[in-house]
Structures are given as structure tokens and as C-alpha cells.
Design a protein. Sequence first.
Length: 315
Amino acid sequence: MTLKENKVSIIMATYNRAHFIVETLAAIQKQTHINWECLIIDDGGTDNTLEVISPILEVDPRFSFLKRPNSYGKGLPGCRNYGIDTATGDYIIFFDDDDIPHPQNLEICLNELKDSSFKFCRYLRAVFFGEFDYKFDSKNSFGKVTFTHNDLSKMIDHTISFNSCAVLWSKSCFEKNRFNETLMYAEEWECYSRILSEKIKGVCIEKTLFYGRKHANSNTGEFWKKNPVRQNSKKEAIRLIMENLRAKNLLTSYLFTYLSGLAISFRDRRLIDDIIKRVGLSLRQKIILHIKYTVYPIWVAYKRLLKTKKPKNVI
């Protein structure tokens, strides 16, 4: 491939991050692969983001500041969909507006995608708190494995984590796929499960190429604090993933057990009934789901009891 063919579209949704975004854009400018565009999609922010990034926009035409049109839903999924529809690159990657990419992020991923049969490169993501120290992973060699449709369950159960900012995709992966704009949490989990269920293959490398800034008020933090918007979004993502797998005859016994277990943990009877109605489960699966839902509190109590039991002293 020539340099011209290796154009990467970096899609970055932003919302009131004037205090972080300049550092992120400066890190993108340090990419060793230079053929990229960065589409900064504003989601209706009210701070001075445009003002603080204007000096960068004026000197580097690879950056574009765009307002999300009303035809796309408010939120991260809508911004990313607008970015996908606007992108002119051969590859797509999603960066957050407060994180730091490794300088060789694009270069290393593109090198791994020289094999045209690979449609994505997934890498490792590290997290940091407070100020970033800019001590990048400097390993020149790293392990790698090929990811095929046979590994789909590993993505769904997070054995191999597919963080939204830790995958470089061929744009062809989004020809028929977009983020579900009704989801405000787990949207990448649901979208990527659809992409990977299409029997494509890619490469997973054991190298850290992205550094995520942790916030107390992140979407993940709000989910674990039981924010109803985030919780309901995760429930809907479970339904959608099960529906897609069932439609493609990919809902294996293991995936049914895993996803139904997640659903049951919410203790929402309507969710269970909705899964039975929408997913089209077999009679056996329906019975198992009802039984598991009923005995779940007993099982949880039993596990807690085992944890609280102290072992007898050994003489």
C-alpha cells in the first residue's frame, strides 16, 4: 500500500473538554504516521473548546471541528456515526478527547494490517490518573495473535477486551454497521459484536498504544453507581447482542449462559420477559432462564456466605 492509500480518519467526539482536549490534539500531531485526518465532532458543548483549539486548527488542516447535525442523535454514538459518514480515510479509529495516543499508534497498527485479509488491529490500552508522564511503552517486539469469528465469544465476555479507543478498523467494517444511537453505555460492545459476527478476521497485538484518563464521573463510573440511563443501556445492549447472535445462528450454549447471566444479575423481570419475546429462545432455554432468574438470589447469598466463612485454624 502507498502512503496515500493508508489515510486514517480519527473520529473524536467532544463535549466540554476544553481543559483536556489541547493535550490530546498535541499528542495526535506527534503521530509518526502523518497521513491522517482528525474529525472533532462537537456534541453541543457550552465551554470554550473551539476557542482553545483554534490555534491548532489554523496551522494544521488535518484537524476539522464539526458540529453534530440534529439528524444524528445526541451522545457518543450519534457523534461517531456522523464521523463515520464524514470520514474520507481508508481506516477508522476512535479517540477520546481527554486521552493520549502512543506516537506510533497509527504506524504500528497499519504495519500489522499489511496483510489485506486483516480488517482490524486491536492493541492494549493503559489508564492513568491526573497528569500524564509521557513514558511510552518502548518495546520493539511484542506478541500477536490472529482473531477470527471463532473468537467472538472472547470479545463478548471481555476475555479479549475491545475498548472503543483500542482498535484501528478498516473502513469497510462500517459499510453496514453503525453505533446504535439509543445506547448511552455499552454501545461499542454491541456494535463491535455485530462487526465481528460477520466472520472477518484481524490481529491482536500485545503492545500498549493508548492511555486513557480516568474520571470519577465517566460513563463506566456512572454505570457502577447504578445510573439508570447507563444501566438501561447495558440491558438493551444485552438484548440486541442476543438477537443478532440468534439471527446468525451464533448464540452458542456458552454465550447464552454468559449473556443470560448478565441479564439475570439486573433483577429486572421485564428484561427477562423481553429477551424471551424478542430473541426467540427455544423452550429449553426459556425454562432455564426462568429457573436461573428464580434461584439467583439464593445463589448470590450462598456465595456471600462462603466468602464470610473463615477457615479453621490448622494446628
